[in-house]
Design a protein around this ligand. Structure first.
Ligand code: XIL
Length: 342
């Protein structure tokens, strides 16, 4: 749309020359459908060092998420010493490539700096530290982030709240407070609750739905819910994913698939790749079918840089492009599902 508009604007003054809308970006997943926007997590050192990786991100995607560089351990490695330079680099890259940025993540129990986890702070101090972190980070990126994952992974599988430094210090209201502070720091960013194993209808997604409904009823500024979408073909596909997205949307929330990948037990076989393709295609179709499903983000798009082998022993090959950036069946399944979305 933007590119079509640009082509028209360029063409109009001369009236004779028709400037084609085609650019180097015209053949990526980003060009197939108006919605959802399609994105990837970005590994900033790969972006800096691997030109093929960089070109593929520009070509394929219109939303990007920093895989690590906006996490607390990176942005405040020593107390009081903030460093947003890598996040700034991603924001610049995104702007140059007409991409939006999903900020990830302000409040989490993981990838916290050591000064924080091994410090001896009172509950009041921890509340002040969290508040300050949110104001500093969301304030630093104010106006440049499309959506923030404000709170990440707050629930256990049974729907109870996870025991974290934040729950212990502030009580369950840490979640509401985080959203209120984030909204003050960046009033235009969409604010999301984000979690894994939220795909199916069940205790965990029921609890998340109850939470976000309560927040909305209290006029806490929350706009959306992110479903991470870390799947594996050794587990059944979450068949209720589409209905689940629908019930969150019906409750008045934007929804997004925020970290999609589909891992498999190695070695790779053609059969496993075919199964993986159906999982990716089904996830994309579920999103495309729900009007309020605004973005579909992959947690890495090439097996060359995927986090999966490092975290799940014996598993891998979880993304749509192989290590050589060649498309796997999953890539075509995503493209076809998008094409049907129109
Ligand atoms: C992962 C990154 O991909 C890894 O590079 C890092 O070492 C650990 O975190 N859920 C999330 C993401 O919300 O932030 C995690 O990212 C994957 C699971």
């Amino acid at each position: 749309m933007l590119r079509t508009l640009l082509a028209v604007l360029v063409a109009v003054p001369t009236m004779l020359v028709v400037v084609p809308a085609a650019t180097a970006n015209d053949h990526g997943l980003r060009d197939v459908a108006k919605r959802p926007l399609v994105g990837t997590a970005v590994d900033m050192s790969a972006l800096a060092n691997d030109p093929t990786y960089k070109a593929a991100i520009a070509r394929e995607f219109n939303t990007v998420t920093p895989e690590n560089v906006m996490k607390w351990e990176t942005v405040e490695p020593q107390q009081g010493l903030t460093d947003f330079s890598q996040g700034d680099a991603l924001v610049r890259f995104a702007r140059a490539n007409h991409q939006v940025v999903r900020g990830h993540t302000l409040v989490w129990h993981s990838q916290l700096p050591a000064w924080l986890t091994s410090g001896t702070f009172t509950n009041r101090e921890l509340e002040a530290i969290l508040r300050r972190h949110i104001f500093e980070e969301a304030g630093h990126f104010r106006g440049r982030i499309y959506a923030w994952d404000v709170v990440n992974e707050a629930f256990n599988e049974d729907g109870t709240l996870r025991d974290t430094i934040w729950l212990r210090a502030l009580g369950p209201d840490y979640i509401a407070k985080a959203f209120i502070w984030a909204h003050k720091a960046d009033p235009h960013a969409k604010l999301y609750y984000n979690d894994y194993n939220l795909e199916s209808i069940g205790p965990k997604s029921d609890a998340a739905l109850a939470l976000v409904r309560q927040l909305k009823a209290r006029h806490v500024p929350i706009d959306g819910v992110g479903f991470q979408g870390h799947l594996g073909i050794q587990y059944p596909y979450p068949d209720t994913f589409g209905d689940n997205l629908e019930r969150f949307a019906a409750a008045g929330f934007d929804v997004a698939i925020t970290e999609a990948d589909v891992r498999m037990v190695l070695p790779v076989t053609p059969e496993k790749l075919a199964t993986q393709a159906t999982y990716f295609g089904d996830m994309m179709r579920s999103c495309a079918a729900v009007r309020r499903c605004v973005t579909f983000t992959l947690w890495g798009f090439t097996d060359k840089y995927s986090w999966v082998p490092g975290f799940f022993a014996g598993e891998g090959a979880a993304t749509p492009l192989d290590e050589a950036f060649h498309p796997k069946p999953a890539y075509f399944a995503l493209r076809d599902a998008l094409a049907r979305a129109g």
